[in-house]
Write a protein that binds this ligand. Structure first.
Ligand code: BES
Ligand code: MN
Ligand code: MN
Length: 458
């Protein structure tokens, strides 16, 4: 631990400068206009892996953005950790709400403000630097492989193919990911589950052109009104999702499991204050922690139609659209839920409009084991560096690759995230605490150490 702390102390400024350089690349995978920048980011990551001491570093081309691979095999008989992360980021919009430019990292109050600061550049880069630390101090205790992708924020569509085609290269004993949150620095935690996702877009079309709302209004169905009604009907009066069959496959938690999850620190007043809301909302009969961690949900991510420019325009729009996502829990599958949604949504459309549902992408839910050597190694590492045992939690977000690694490679994952829910992932003014960044770099070598040690005494 002393060697680790000393290394971080001696290299403090450089560790930060390099992260800042990474954050300056606007690697937005969703928007094609950033393509050259996304590609440059992949090259930067590859170079940093080389600099840190990785071998066989390769920027692997896919049908989309490349996957950066690198490894250091010290001894074939030792266990192997596969580190996964993503160098792409969400769009920075709405730009006007950022206090400082999203791609010019700025420190305020000990926190780095930039798009990707936490999700996931700040977090995956801790692994690159922890690897460098282990190489420089000759303390790398196991084999390590890196796989840093550039399409996580758009559904990792080409990753499945890459994983299938590179089974041998990706062989490992555990996948280690820092792309989730902790409760707080005082209450360190480990996520033990992620929800799945089914993302789709709907379109409701009425008349064949925009109409004068006085001449035709009242006589022709307004697609915006129809869409709003259809969406409103997707939750019942208890805020259950109102799609036939939606809950059929859901595995209900035992009373003991529910009690354990609800024992995690959670302050509802703080929660409401942080979001400036008067009341929380959700499925009747469940707590907030259960609603986000263990229950499937349906959200409207965006809705539009008709005139939304300056001033007023009296128009009856020809069409209206919405982007809708559903978060899934074990044992729902994105394919089945997408099918159930589509059938239901089409069935509730009145004859006055035409409805189309277009699926975007999906991901499967996972629960990660808490009795594995790798989980125990993460527990020990966190207990040592934070001085407190981590609390197991269930995360509400999705990382589609986790279920894929399990299905294709038979490898389980440890989610050792150092972010905070308040880090404003996907929102304006995303941040990452400098403290968390260094803390992560200090904790990761301990994970490798304990993973190697515990594997030997297995
Ligand atoms: N890192 C997040 C997922 C996350 C955040 C998990 C916080 C747990 C806690 C990831 O980058 C992400 O945003 N995933 C997307 C899914 C993807 C298919 C677009 C998500 O959860 O919306
Ligand atoms: Mn992420
Ligand atoms: Mn994300």
């Amino acid at each position: 631990m002393q060697t680790i702390k000393q290394y971080v102390e001696d290299n403090k400024q450089r560790l930060l400068d390099e992260l800042f350089a990474l954050l300056r690349f606007p690697s937005v995978s969703a928007d094609p206009k950033y393509k050259p920048e996304v590609l440059k980011t992949a090259d930067y990551v590859a170079q940093k892996l080389v600099d840190a001491g990785a071998e066989k570093v390769e920027v692997c081309q896919t049908a989309g953005y490349p996957i950066v691979y690198g490894e250091k095999i010290i001894d074939a008989s030792k266990p192997t950790v596969l580190v996964y992360g993503h160098y792409d980021v969400q769009p920075a919009d709405p730009l006007e709400l950022w206090k400082t430019p999203p791609f010019e990292p700025t420190v305020r109050d000990g926190k780095i403000y930039a798009r990707g600061a936490c999700d996931d550049k700040g977090q995956f880069y801790m692994h690159v630097k922890a690897f460098e630390l282990m190489m420089q101090t000759s303390t790398l205790p196991c084999n390590i492989k890196f796989m840093i992708e550039g399409e996580e924020e758009v559904g990792s569509n080409n990753l499945g193919i890459f994983v299938k085609e590179n089974k041998n290269r990706l062989k490992a004993d555990v996948v280690l990911i820092s792309d989730t949150s902790m409760i707080s620095m005082e209450n360190p935690s480990l996520e033990t589950g992620l929800r799945g996702l089914s993302y789709l877009e709907v379109e409701v079309v009425g008349p064949n052109r925009d109409l004068h709302s006085g001449v035709y209004g009242g006589a022709v169905a307004n697609p915006a009104t129809i869409l709003a009604k259809m969406i409103a009907s997707l939750h019942d009066e208890n805020n259950h999702v109102n799609i036939p069959g939606f809950y059929d496959k859901v595995i209900n938690l035992t009373p003991e499991e529910r009690a354990a999850l609800n024992a995690a620190p959670y302050d509802e007043e703080e929660y409401k204050k942080d979001l400036d809301i008067a009341e929380v909302w959700g499925e009747k009969g469940y707590s907030t922690l259960e609603r986000t961690g263990t229950r499937p949900t349906l959200e409207v991510n965006g809705i539009w139609g008709g005139y939304i420019g300056e001033g007023a325009k009296t128009v009856l729009p020809s069409k209206a659209n919405a982007k809708i996502s559903m978060r899934l829990v074990p044992n729902q599958t994105s394919e089945e839920i997408t099918k159930l949604f589509t059938e239901h949504f089409e069935s509730i459309a009145p004859a006055s409009v035409k409805v189309t549902v277009t699926p975007h992408h999906g991901g499967e839910p996972v629960v990660t084991p808490t009795d594995s050597i790798a989980y125990k190694a993460a527990q020990k590492a966190i207990a040592e560096s934070f001085g407190k045992e981590p609390i197991p939690t269930r995360g509400g977000g999705s990382i589609p690759i986790v279920a894929l690694f399990e299905a294709e490679l038979g490898i389980k994952t440890v989610l050792m995230g150092f972010g905070l829910d308040s880090d404003a992932l996907h929102s304006p003014n995303e941040k990452y605490d400098i403290y968390n960044y260094y803390k992560g770099i200090e904790t990761i070598p301990l994970f490798h150490k304990y993973f190697a040690e515990l594997s030997e005494t297995k």
